[in-house]
Write a protein that binds this ligand. Sequence first.
Ligand SMILES: Cc1ncc(COP(=O)(O)O)c(C=O)c1O
Length: 390
Amino acid sequence: MEVLEHRAERDVPPARCTRRLRFVMLDPRQTREQESQMAEHGTRQTEGRGQRYDNVLDTIGDTPAIRINRLAPEHVTLYVKAEAFNPGGSVKDRLAVNIIEAAERAGTLRPGQTVVEATSGNTGIGLAMVCAQKGYPLVITMHDGFSVERRRLMRMFGAKVVLTPKAEGAVGMLRKAEALAKKNSWFLAHQFETAANADIHETTTAREILADFDGERLDYLVTGYGTGGTLTGLARVLRKERPGTKIVVAEPANAQLLASGETQGRREDGAPAHKHPAFEAHPIQGWTPDFIPFVLQEAVDSGFYDALLPVPGADGIAWARKLAAQEGIFCGISAGATFAAAIKTAETAEPGSVILCILPDTGERYLSTPLFEGIAEEMTEEEMEIAASV
Ligand SMILES: Cc1ncc(COP(=O)(O)O)c(C=O)c1O
């Protein structure tokens, strides 16, 4: 049986905790100590949120920063901000609700008007949830290389999913969405160009980080990028209010668009005019499309990051598996890849450093992908032995 490495409770400051009770991390083998711990503190209790919600969209955001207890190197304290706690299961719920509500406020989205968007999945799922709640029809364009569970999830929320050929990449999906919007006078969400994207991270994600690390060290913030909304929105705030926090940006090792230094050709509306020359297909779904998005360009032009780290896809998968098996934190491949970059950052960080990394989504979205390759469906030999032992 696999023996997991366990680390003793480390000498780290207690996390701010809304629960009444905190438990130290215990080695599952130390059952006697655990029992005495339970006897000392009693069963966990919760208090409720002290409020009721008018609709599911009001539960978006305020995701937890969770300390890593076994996988982090001894000399640093590492936290992850788990965006899977959003009701649609990803960071994209934030962008989705703001795209729709900003358009409602501006009057550019009419009641009952169809919304259309090109998305590799999480934005589609977020938009599908928002449109279901608010009553807008939704059409998603998506290339057929992305995991099938994403399509089915969107359809579950009532959206229509139009597939485009994988060979045409992200640009092909975009062109299809634009053509449909133009022909039918639909509202195009424009996640890669809209101001509503980074703005919502500025007013929610960044504020949550400031509040959760108020009065505490925060030496590094580590994130990847898809549209760049998370990075740009967070950096706008951190550069002003936590200038000591270094911002580390991860990108796929075989698609280092930012590190290449090659600029992106654009149309007048900011959309890409062509594929970026440094792009290659990579397995980190949701990260780095085949162009530098307009939303990300602000981060490039404003010097919003201090370091760029390449992450091989295999590392993303390996760390996502370790996060599940050794920390109980279930996340997707891009989250594993961001975590890989955080571990790399820790290697050269000075002792006592505090690092926060963003985990964009849940692992349930990847059942048919390499993340689950080798995870058995049938009983393994070891399980059969257990079954036969009584
Ligand atoms: C799985 C996943 N990881 C990371 C990201 C990156 O987020 P952002 O678009 O804010 O850069 C996304 C967004 O597309 C995503 O879906």
